[in-house]
Design a protein around this ligand. Structure first.
Ligand SMILES: *Cc1c(COP(=O)(O)O)cnc(C)c1O
Length: 404
């Protein structure tokens, strides 16, 4: 794709994520699906959920899938199925969403935070191997921002040291490593249908994939209070079921997922071209996509060095350009995990990433013109920075002009 960065673009507001555009394009089908469920009178689990379980298993190249109430529950249930409990250690990245860690602590186990790769932000296999002990019972590689972690290496470690591998694929449905999909590599894979994910419902929802029948049968019990048959409880589970209405919506959307993913991939390529055309590719660090991967771009995350990230974000926000920081703190720095005793610099790549990352709008329906506005706004910010350094008086004059 040839970029064609346009300096004359009229600046307009750009939302970080505009879910209404997607909804508008499939509104009638969604209404029909909702009506079907309401008419049927089956609101929890039921045929829509069963159909979704089968489609997600097929889409993710696995044998089985069990639907549940959220991505957070998908992680929790996976760890329960792997018998994780007090005294166990589970190695996870510190640079991830909170749910990856809280699933571990809720079962009384200890999260062991490992560092990430500086280019992909994914769990670093070298640091994981350093942190394996006799108490390591599982690891949770997170496929962050839409790109798969190094599952080859993690599966080798799991074989060697005998622990479970649970993929946190909440941001990465359809992502591939060497042609094989997220959720098909580990013992189990956890997915989320939260509205901001690439395949989102109209509320909360989740799914666990597995190629292992024993884990699947355990999950099927655990997510309905361990009940089988009705009112006879074999194990202590939780209530984590998917609503039929959510499943019906997601069933409709799944048909479009590949088209939407292609649009995200095109948007990412176009950003790269625009940043290069604007001469910004040495000013910010563009996202790194490994050639063995199908990156599904749940986020397009740049790095902004020299402590300029927050001022850039402020400047974008003044121009009504949406952006977000995933994540402003490593989990090892969060107040609630202070008892684990990590220092900030004990995970240097996580600490650096949390100071520098900035996610830009990347949703499927984002237009080329909107991408121009995003890149042009970033260009204007850095030009004003340069002028500040070289000609302080000129900078003040420019600011006055812009404000007027
Ligand atoms: C969204 C997300 C989750 C949790 O999913 P919910 O459906 O919001 O509970 C877990 N892990 C990661 C990496 C996520 O991005």
């Amino acid at each position: 794709m040839k970029g064609n960065f346009n300096y004359e673009t009229e600046l307009q507001p750009v939302a970080l994520l505009d879910l209404k555009r997607q909804y508008e394009s499939i509104k009638d089908e969604i209404y029909e699906a909702l009506k079907r469920v309401c008419d049927s009178g089956a609101f929890v689990l039921g045929p829509e959920v069963k159909a979704l379980e089968q489609s997600i298993a097929a889409y993710s190249q696995t044998e089985y899938a069990v639907a549940c109430a959220s991505g957070s529950d998908a992680l929790l249930l996976s760890l329960m199925a792997a018998d994780i409990g007090p005294g166990d250690e589970v190695i996870i990245p510190s640079f991830t969403f909170f749910a990856t860690a809280s699933a571990v602590t809720r079962l009384g186990a200890r999260p062991i935070f490992a560092d990430v790769d500086a280019r992909t932000f994914n769990l670093c296999p070298i640091d994981v191997e350093r942190k394996i002990t006799s108490r390591t019972k599982a690891i949770i590689p997170v496929h962050l921002f839409g790109q798969m972690a190094d599952m080859h290496r993690f599966n080798v470690l799991a074989q060697k040291y005998n622990f479970a591998v649970i993929e946190d694929a909440a941001q990465s449905i359809g992502a591939e490593l060497d042609g094989r999909r997220a959720g098909s590599w580990g013992d189990m894979g956890a997915f989320s249908f939260y509205p901001t994910k690439n395949l989102g419902g109209a509320g909360d929802g989740g799914m666990i994939t597995s190629r292992n029948a024993a884990f699947t049968n355990k999950l099927k019990l655990l997510h309905v209070h361990g009940m089988e048959p009705r009112y006879y409880h074999k194990v202590i589970g939780i209530n984590s079921r998917l609503d039929s209405l959510q499943a019906a919506i997601i069933n409709v959307k799944l048909k479009y997922l590949d088209a939407w993913t292609t649009m995200r991939i095109q948007n990412a390529a176009r950003y790269n071209e625009f940043f290069i055309d604007a001469g910004l590719d040495n000013t910010v660090v563009l996202p790194y996509c490994e050639s063995s991967r199908r990156h599904v771009w749940n986020q397009y995350t740049i790095r902004v060095p020299d402590n300029l990230r927050d001022t850039l974000r402020q400047s974008l926000s003044e121009r009504k350009i949406g952006s977000e920081i995933y994540y402003p703190l490593g989990l090892h720095e969060q107040e609630c995990f202070r008892y684990l005793g990590y220092r900030t610099e004990s995970l240097p790549e996580t600490a650096a990433a949390s100071r520098e990352v900035l996610a830009l709008p990347i949703f499927a329906e984002l237009t080329e013109n909107e991408q121009h506005c995003v890149v042009r706004s970033i260009k204007m910010f850095f030009e004003s920075q340069a002028i500040h350094k070289l000609y302080p008086a000129a900078a003040v004059a420019m600011q006055k002009r812009e404000a007027a």
